[in-house]
Structures are given as C-alpha cells and as structure tokens.
Design a protein around this ligand. Structure first.
Ligand SMILES: NC(=O)C1=CN([C@@H]2O[C@H](COP(=O)(O)OP(=O)(O)OC[C@H]3O[C@@H](n4cnc5c(N)ncnc54)[C@H](OP(=O)(O)O)[C@@H]3O)[C@@H](O)[C@H]2O)C=CC1
Ligand SMILES: O=C1CO[C@H](CO)[C@@H](O)[C@@H]1O
Length: 329
C-alpha cells in the first residue's frame, strides 16, 4: 500500500518533510494546501504534486488522502489536527504539540474521539541514532541515573512565527522531550511527571520567552538542568550522568543527518569510547517510515522512542510549567 499524503502549509518545514516523503517507496504526496496561490503554485511545481488547494477543510475530507502532515505554526496545530482526525485521517503534526494546555486538551480529545493515528513531529526521535542512544541507556553501563543536562540555542527569532510562542515551544521542546525519554527509559514510565521545576527566562520584543533555563528535581532524586534560547547562537549539548559514567552527544541530537552520527561513552574510571551510528537517511525520512509502519499496522499511536500520545501531553505539561516560571521569575 502507498500512503497518500496531504501537506498542509508551504513554509520552510514542509519543504523538508516532503523530501522524506519523496524518498520513501511507501508514500506519495497527493495535494499541497496553503493560503497563498502563488506560493502554492511554486511548491507544486518544485515538487511535482498532482493537486493544490486553498481549502484546508476540503483537503482534510478528500477520500484520496490517507495521511495529513501539518506544517503550520504551533498555535493552530490543535484545530487542524481536530478536523483531520474527524475526517478519519492519520495525522503527523509538527512539534510543539500546541502552545497551551487548553489547546492540548482539545487536540487529545479530538484524537481520542476519532479512532485515528496521531503522532507529534519530533522527527529526531524516529532516527536510528536515537534508537541507539536509548539502547545504551538500557544496557546498564551508566549504572543508576543521577543527572541530565541539555542546551539548545539557535538564532531563529527573526524567522519564526511569534504565535508559535517563542523558544520553549520551538527549541526547548527538544531537550525537554529528550529528558523525558531518558528519565522514562532509566527510571520508568511514571518518573517524568513526578517532579518539581524551577525556571527563569527573558522575554523578547515580541513578548515571547526568548531565553529560558530550568532546574528540575524528580521525586526519585534525579536532577536536570535545561536551557534554550532563540535569540543568539547555534549550539546544542545533551549529557546523561549515571553512577558509572557519562553518555554525551557529540552530534546534534535534534537534527540527525544521513551519514555518521556520534555519541561518546565516558566512564569515570576508563577510556572514552566513540560510538558512531551510520545511516543513509536523515530524520525526516525515518519519520515518514515510522508513520507508514504504524498506519499499515492499524496503530493509533507511535512506539518509543517516538512520542506516544501521553508523552506529547506530558511534554506540553513540562513546557507550559517552564513558561509560567519564566514569566513569573
Ligand atoms: N521539525 C523541524 O525541524 C522544524 C519544525 N518547525 C515547526 O513547523 C511549524 C511551522 O512553523 P513556521 O515555519 O515558523 O510557521 P510559518 O508561520 O512560516 O507558517 C508555515 C505555514 O503555515 C501557514 N500559516 C501561518 N499561519 C497560519 C494560520 N493562522 N492558519 C493557517 N495557516 C497558517 C503559512 O501560510 P502563509 O504562507 O499563507 O502565511 C505557511 O504555509 C511549527 O510548528 C514549527 O514548530 C519549524 C522549523 C523546523
Ligand atoms: O524545529 C526546529 C529544529 O531546529 C531548528 C534550529 O536548529 C529550529 O529552527 C526549528 O524550530
């Protein structure tokens, strides 16, 4: 079976995701939908797409469409996901899930009411690099988990839609989701939600949080520090410390590429071991293959390391708590 996709939105990210669809032998793009006829015509021409539409509703209910990719700003993910789910389509919607818990509740209600597949577009989690990372967390070499630190800086504030609500929902969601995967994997599925979080931040000219830092104490004593900024730099770091050593990313965890990705295992009492993951494809391709597998199997949600429904909801709980702390601090 070939999955017929509708792509909603003609921005930067839709251009990345469509490359993954085009590379896959299990998917094809049926229609591109957007608000501007000129941009749509250019997108259709560049990618040789059969149909274009300015009518999101018509696209979402088109019987030729099996799966919908939502490449729209964060604050409209819930409404378009709701309409797509109602029409019985499988949905891949960009991170972050939404920008508020009310929107997240509406999205969750829609996907629960209509028996369809949904996954949030944390593309990096579908790449074999992250599967290897999770396998190392599970193989026992770190000992007990003690601490996690993560940092993501990208100078993107000029390009992103301010309605997407700033660095936490555009960038902070990446270290937050990787912290969640780490804590769940090493301490159990419930460990991430049992915590105390303190945060501080700065507001940018558009009123969104542009620099954010948080410290977290999970109830089991694990400590974490995360930082995210969209106002300067291009830096990433993520490190997991156990009782026996540190596992750290050398390559950017959040943008796995086609080629070689690099981790380091640094035992406290031994030699540093370089760990390489070779793969021909980037995360966008693997994200499409992940959706294809689940839709063919009749699943309603993805499997770890990709986010399950409850994982996406928990990440939103974390981000909204972090945002509130930044705004009140
Ligand atoms: N996974 C990744 O690596 C990345 C993911 N993203 C995610 O992609 C998404 C898009 O972000 P970004 O590029 O900043 O968004 P944009 O503001 O650039 O919009 C993207 C598309 O959405 C359309 N759009 C904008 N506002 C609305 C609206 N209110 N209703 C309907 N359509 C609308 C735009 O149409 P028009 O052209 O008519 O304005 C455009 O086609 C976000 O969720 C972001 O988090 C972004 C970058 C990288
Ligand atoms: O999702 C994203 C992935 O990372 C990029 C920065 O490196 C961001 O621009 C973007 O929002």
């Amino acid at each position: 079976m070939t999955l017929n996709w509708a792509i909603i939105g003609t921005g930067f990210i839709s251009n990345k995701v469509i490359d993954g669809i085009k590379r896959s032998d299990g998917s094809q793009v049926q229609v591109i939908a957007g608000r501007k006829p000129d941009t749509l015509a250019k997108f259709q021409d560049e990618h040789a797409i059969p149909e274009v539409s300015t009518d999101y509703e018509a696209v979402l209910t088109d019987p030729k469409v099996d799966a919908v990719y939502i490449g729209l700003p964060n604050h409209v993910h819930h409404t378009v996901t709701g309409a797509a789910a109602k029409a019985g389509k499988a949905v891949l919607s960009e991170k972050s899930l939404t920008t508020t818990m009310n929107q997240a509740d509406a999205l969750m209600a829609a996907i629960n009411d209509h028996n369809t597949f949904f996954v949030e577009g944390f593309m990096y989690l579908a790449h074999p690099f992250l599967q290897r990372f999770q396998a190392i967390l599970m193989d026992g070499r770190l000992g007990d988990l003690r601490a996690v630190s993560g940092f993501y800086a990208a100078d993107i504030w000029k390009f992103v839609n301010p309605m997407g609500m700033g660095t936490l929902y555009n960038l902070g969601c990446y270290p937050a989701s990787l912290l969640q995967l780490t804590v769940q994997t090493m301490c159990g599925n419930d460990a991430f939600v049992n915590r105390r979080l303190q945060g501080v931040g700065n507001l940018g000219a558009d009123g969104t949080v542009c620099d954010a830092a948080c410290t977290v104490r999970f109830d089991n004593g694990i400590l974490a520090t995360l930082q995210s900024t969209d106002s300067y730099g291009t830096r990433n770091a993520f490190s997991v410390l156990g009782t026996k050593g540190e596992l750290r990313f050398v390559s950017n965890p959040w943008q796995p590429i086609g080629g070689r990705s690099h981790l380091q295992w640094c035992p406290y009492d031994g030699q540093i071991e370089d760990i390489y993951v070779e793969d021909d494809f980037d995360a966008f391709y693997h994200q499409i293959k992940m959706v294809e597998r689940h839709v063919l199997a009749g699943d309603r949600e993805a499997a770890r390391p990709s986010p399950r429904h409850a994982d996406s909801y928990e990440i939103m709980g974390f981000l909204t708590e972090w945002e509130a702390a930044c705004r009140s601090g």
